[in-house]
Design a binder for this molecule. Structure first.
Ligand code: 5RP
Length: 219
């Protein structure tokens, strides 16, 4: 089965978490795009929709959904999103698509965070995928210097501006043995808006699609 078919399978498996009356948060990326394709089929179960990026908002609107802001809905029942890496402890690296800040806000505001991935994303330790960090542009070099001191190799994602008008540093060569601690430590550096480690608020459910079907892990 190719990666796209697995993404579709993971997206299909997430539908059972969307029950009647759900305020749904929708993440960003190719796996979530498969979910957006499926949402018209369960429209009657969805009360309200919030999106984590302009790209996802556009797709949801194309499917006829009215997209509300988090300020309007207050809280999210179920947030469904993909990941770049995931561990069995449901810690994640996210932000490959650059939407990490709004994704982290929606994950934080959700009662249940369902993460959908194909099995290539499951890792023993986070860090092989370069860690995305959103920074305020004027602080980019300062933050990069701090990351080098932590033995990371930050690379500026050129020609990319986030939905919040900021830049992304992709940090290579980090072996993230303690994601909760590193997330916390990086959060202290002035100029960092959001770190792509999702460990302090991990997923509640991880749906991993592989050749043999979908495996479900829970926190
Ligand atoms: C976007 C993200 C995505 O969830 C992550 O990059 C996975 O994307 P894809 O489903 O395309 O592999 O964090 O900021």
């Amino acid at each position: 089965m190719d990666a796209n078919a697995k993404k579709r399978l993971a997206a299909e498996a997430s539908l059972e978490f969307i029950t009647p009356g759900t305020t749904l948060g929708v993440g960003t990326g190719s796996t979530v795009n498969q979910l957006v394709d499926l949402l018209p089929g369960i429209r009657d179960r969805i009360d309200r929709v919030v999106s984590s990026s302009r790209a996802t908002t556009r797709l949801l609107e194309q499917q006829g959904f009215e997209v509300l802001t988090l300020n309007e809905v207050g809280a999210i029942d179920v947030y469904v999103d993909g990941a770049d890496e995931a561990t069995k402890r449901l810690h994640l690296i996210k932000g490959g698509g650059g939407a990490l800040t709004r994704e982290k806000v929606l994950a934080g505001a959700s009662r249940r965070f369902v993460c959908i991935v194909d099995d290539s994303k499951l890792v023993g330790m986070l860090g092989e995928f370069p860690l995305p960090i959103e920074v305020i542009p004027m602080a980019q070099e300062f933050v990069a210097g701090k990351l080098v001191k932590l033995r990371g190799r930050p690379v500026w994602r050129e020609d990319f501006v986030t939905d919040n008008g900021n830049h992304i540093l992709d940090v290579h060569d980090l072996q993230i043995g303690n994601p909760i601690e590193l997330e916390s430590r990086l959060n202290q550096i002035p100029g960092i808006v959001t770190v792509g480690i999702f460990a302090q608020r991990p997923a509640d459910v991880l749906l991993i699609a592989g050749d043999g079907g979908v495996r479900e892990l829970r926190a």
